[in-house]
Write a protein that binds this ligand. Structure first.
Ligand SMILES: *[C@@H]1O[C@H](CO)[C@@H](O)[C@H](O)[C@H]1NC(C)=O
Ligand SMILES: *[C@@H]1O[C@H](CO)[C@@H](O)[C@H](O)[C@H]1NC(C)=O
Ligand SMILES: *[C@@H]1O[C@H](CO)[C@@H](O)[C@H](O)[C@H]1NC(C)=O
Ligand SMILES: *[C@@H]1O[C@H](CO)[C@@H](O)[C@H](O)[C@H]1NC(C)=O
Ligand SMILES: *[C@@H]1O[C@H](CO)[C@@H](O)[C@H](O)[C@H]1NC(C)=O
Ligand SMILES: *[C@@H]1O[C@H](CO)[C@@H](O)[C@H](O)[C@H]1NC(C)=O
Length: 512
C-alpha cells in the first residue's frame, strides 16, 4: 500500500471517505473508524493476510503513480474462482467502458484478488457465512451489505501495493452495498454497477448524497445556501442564477416492509397544491410480474409495470405525472395482488416530489436544485437527475462531480511517470518525459477536449528550449548540467483548480 498516497486521499476528503451515510448502504458503527488517530486502512494489522491470487483487470501504469482499485472476493469457493474474476471484470468494465469513469481511466488501475471462502454466498439476518471477509445483510432487506472481518480485509489491502480503494465483492446476485473505508458491492447484474459507481463516487470524490432523505450533504455537489455554490462556473445560464428550481417533497418514507395480500400499505400526505406536476418514486423487491402489485395515488392506479430484467431484485421506479396535486390530503397506497410472493415481496422506500411550472427538467441543466434531507432540511445540488449521486441508474456524474473526480484522483499523482535520458554521440542528451496517457497520448479516445502543454528548460540559465515545446523529448545541449520540464494539463471537464493540481514542474540533473 502507498501509505502517503492513500493518506492524502482520505485526508483530503476530511472524513467523508471513511464514513458514508447512504440510503442504499452506510457504514453504521464502523464509520470514521480510526486507530489512535490513524485511518483504519493504514493502522498496523495484527492478523495475517489471506492467501491472495491477484490478477490485473485494467492496468494503465505503475501502482506508484496510479490510483489502484482492487476487488477482494467474498463468498466465492475454490470452484468459483473463475466466476469471481469474471464478476470483477464485469463490474470494472461497466464502470469504465465509455461511461462513468472512462475519461479518468488512464489515472486508474483495476485489480482482482481471490481468496477462497469455505461457503458460497453472503449471510442474511445479521449472520455472516464462513467466508473470508464475512459479508452479510442485516435482515432480508436489499440495502446495506456489511463485513464482519474488517481486520482481514485490511490485512489483504496492506499485503499489496495496489490497494488505494478496496472493494469487497460479495458473491450474491441481489442489490446491496456499502460505501466507506471498504466499499462493498454484489454482482447484481443491474444494481451491481449502479451501486459500485455511486459508492466509489462517495469514496473518491468525497461527496455526500444528492438524493432526498439522506443525512450527509457536502462536497463539490452540495450548497448549503445560495450564497456559497461550489459549481457557479458550471451554471448553464449564469445570468439568471441564483434561481432556485421550485420543488417540494411532501412525503418520504423507508417502510422496508414485507407486503401481504390481506392489507394494503398506505400513508397520507399533504400537498400545498401550488405545483404543476409531480413524481412518485418507489423501490420494491421480490416482484415477479406487473400483475403482482398495484400502486395508487388517491385510489387511482398509477400504472406501475415491472422492469422485466430485474426479476426479484430491488429496483427504483419513477412514475412522473403531468398534472399537479390538488391542495389538501392525498393517499399513496401499495397493494400486493399476488399472495404467492408474500414473505418476499417488499416495499423498500418511496417519495413524492412536486415541481413548479418553471422547474427545469432538462437533464444537463446546471443550476440550483433543492434536495430534502431525512429531516426535510434543504440543501442544493447542481442538476435535477443528471448525476449518479442522485439517480443511481444514471451512468454519469454531473459536471461538478466530474471536476471533483479529476482533482481528487490527480491530487496524489504526478503527470510524469519518469524521465529517461539517452546520451548522444555529440555530447548532448535526448531527454524523454513519460507522461500518464492523457490528451494526445490517450489510447482510447475521449469525447472531451484536453491537452498537455510541455515546456523544457535549461535550468542553468533558466531558458526555455522553445524548439521542444509540446514534445515529449528534448535535446539538452552539451555542457548543461540540469534541465527542467513543466507539464500543464487542460481538460474542459475542469474549470477551477485552486490547488494548482493541473500543473507540475520537475528538475533533473544530466546523468553523464
Ligand atoms: C452496465 O450495466 C448496466 C446494468 O446491467 C447495463 O444496462 C449497461 O448496458 C452496462 N454498460 C456497459 C457500458 O457495460
Ligand atoms: C417538508 O417541508 C415542506 C415545506 O414546509 C412541506 O410542504 C413538506 O410537506 C415537508 N415534507 C415532509 C416529508 O415533511
Ligand atoms: C399486512 O400488511 C400490512 C400493511 O403493511 C400490515 O400492517 C400487516 O401487519 C400485515 N399483516 C400480516 C399478517 O403480515
Ligand atoms: C529522442 O528519444 C525519443 C524517444 O525515444 C525519440 O522518439 C526521438 O526521436 C529521439 N530524438 C532524437 C533527436 O534522437
Ligand atoms: C517510464 O514510464 C513508462 C510509463 O509511462 C513506462 O512504460 C517505462 O517503463 C518507465 N521507464 C522507467 C525507466 O521507469
Ligand atoms: C502547446 O500545446 C498547447 C496545448 O495544446 C497549445 O495551447 C500551445 O499553443 C502549444 N504551443 C506550441 C508552441 O505549439
Amino acid at each position: 500500500m502507498k501509505t502517503s498516497k492513500s493518506f492524502f486521499i482520505l485526508a483530503a476528503s476530511t472524513g467523508v471517505a471513511l464514513g458514508q451515510f447512504c440510503e442504499h448502504q452506510w457504514e453504521g458503527s464502523f464509520a470514521d473508524h480510526k486507530v489512535n488517530g490513524v485511518p483504519y486502512l493504514q493502522a498496523r494489522q495484527d492478523v495475517p493476510a489471506p492467501p491472495l491470487e491477484i490478477q490485473p483487470l485494467i492496468v494503465n501504469g505503475p501502482s506508484s503513480n496510479r490510483i489502484d482499485l482492487i476487488f477482494f472476493g467474498d463468498g466465492y469457493t475454490e470452484d468459483e474462482k473463475d466466476k469471481f474474476f469474471a464478476d470483477a471484470l464485469f463490474l470494472a468494465a461497466n464502470l469504465t467502458d465509455g461511461q462513468t469513469y472512462a475519461s479518468v481511466l488512464p489515472l486508474m488501475n483495476f485489480w482482482a484478488g481471490f481468496s477462497s471462502s469455505a461457503e458460497s454466498g453472503i449471510g442474511v439476518g445479521g449472520q455472516p457465512l464462513d467466508t473470508v471477509y464475512g459479508l452479510y445483510r442485516d435482515g432480508t432487506e436489499l440495502r446495506g451489505v456489511y463485513y464482519d472481518k474488517p481486520e482481514v480485509a485490511r490485512a489483504a489491502c496492506q499485503s499489496t501495493d495496489a490497494c488505494d480503494f478496496p472493494i469487497l465483492l460479495g458473491n450474491d446476485p441481489l442489490y446491496g452495498g456499502l460505501g466507506g473505508t471498504f466499499t462493498t458491492v454484489t454482482v447484481s447484474p443491474i444494481n451491481g454497477p449502479a451501486v459500485l459507481r455511486h459508492e466509489l463516487g462517495h469514496s473518491i470524490i468525497g461527496v455526500g448524497e444528492e438524493y432526498d432523505g439522506g443525512q450527509v450533504y457536502r462536497g463539490v455537489n452540495s450548497a448549503q445556501s445560495t450564497d456559497s455554490v461550489p459549481w457557479e462556473l458550471w451554471y448553464t445560464e449564469p445570468a439568471t442564477e441564483p434561481k432556485i428550481q421550485r420543488s417540494n417533497m411532501p412525503i418520504q418514507a423507508y417502510p422496508w416492509t414485507l407486503l401481504n395480500a390481506t392489507q394494503s400499505w398506505s400513508q397520507t400526505f399533504v400537498s400545498t397544491g401550488t405545483y404543476a406536476s409531480y413524481l412518485l418514486q418507489f423501490s420494491v423487491s421480490g416482484m415477479t410480474a406487473s400483475t403482482d402489485l398495484r400502486a395508487e395515488i388517491d385510489g387511482k392506479d398509477v400504472g406501475w409495470a415491472i422492469k422485466p430484467e430485474v426479476g426479484v431484485d430491488r429496483y427504483i421506479y419513477n412514475m412522473k405525472m403531468d398534472k399537479g396535486l390538488a391542495p389538501g390530503e392525498h393517499e399513496v397506497k401499495f397493494s400486493l395482488l399476488n399472495e404467492a410472493i408474500e414473505g418476499s415481496a417488499q416495499l423498500c422506500n418511496l417519495e413524492v416530489m412536486e415541481y413548479g411550472e418553471e422547474f427545469d427538467l432538462e437533464l444537463g441543466y446546471h443550476g440550483l436544485y433543492p434536495t430534502f434531507s431525512d429531516i426535510n432540511e434543504t440543501t442544493y445540488r447542481p442538476t435535477n437527475n443528471m448525476c449518479l449521486m442522485r439517480d443511481i441508474y444514471t451512468a454519469n456524474f454531473c459536471n461538478a462531480c466530474m471536476e471533483g473526480l479529476w482533482l481528487s484522483l490527480l491530487g496524489p499523482l504526478s503527470f510524469i511517470d519518469n524521465i529517461t535520458q539517452v546520451a548522444l554521440p555529440d555530447g548532448s542528451i535526448n531527454a524523454t518525459v513519460h507522461l500518464i496517457s492523457l490528451a494526445q497520448s490517450r489510447q482510447v479516445p475521449t469525447p472531451h477536449e484536453e491537452a498537455y502543454t510541455i515546456l523544457w528548460y535549461c535550468t542553468d540559465e533558466n531558458v526555455v528550449l522553445e524548439d521542444w515545446t509540446n514534445s515529449t523529448s528534448a535535446i539538452i545541449p552539451q555542457g548543461v548540467t540540469e534541465f527542467g520540464v513543466e507539464v500543464k494539463f487542460w481538460t474542459e471537464q475542469v474549470r477551477v483548480d485552486n490547488a494548482g493540481i493541473l500543473a507540475e514542474k520537475q528538475r533533473s540533473s544530466v546523468a553523464r
